[in-house]
Design a protein around this ligand. Structure first.
Ligand code: HEM
Length: 90
């Protein structure tokens, strides 16, 4: 399942601008490699200015509390009604 990329703590609220730019360029968030479903290659050719603008925009969307962690086993989620990693946390 796609990640929560709102500025909530369960989303990407803990990201710095630098982390975001690196994630879009490399497909890695720190040491965690993102699933190939996330098409980061499409964003990797963008300028720093573009990627920083994208990060700035994502900071303005309302935070949504919904944990999705694809490194964990899929479990039922009461919030979205789907089964996904860390669903039982929500
Ligand atoms: C400009 C558009 C996009 C942005 C800014 C974006 C941003 C992100 C970020 C920052 C993450 C990592 C969140 C985290 O777990 O820490 C992520 C994960 C993910 N994205 Fe995207 N994304 C975009 C487009 C897409 C598209 C088009 C798809 C699929 C069609 C997609 C699918 C996913 C999936 C499945 C993950 C989870 C990967 C994993 O947990 O390993 N994203 N995205």
């Amino acid at each position: 399942m796609s990640s929560n990329i709102t500025p909530d703590a369960t989303g990407i609220g803990n990201y710095t601008e630098d982390m975001f730019v690196k994630a879009m360029r490399t497909g890695y968030v720190g040491k965690r490699q993102l699933s190939t479903v996330m098409p980061w290659q499409f964003n990797s050719g963008q300028t720093d200015k573009d990627l920083k603008a994208m990060y700035a925009y994502l900071r303005t969307v309302p935070p949504v509390s919904h944990r999705v962690d694809n490194t964990k086993a899929p479990t039922a989620c009461k919030k979205c009604g789907e089964k996904h990693g860390a669903g039982d946390f929500n």
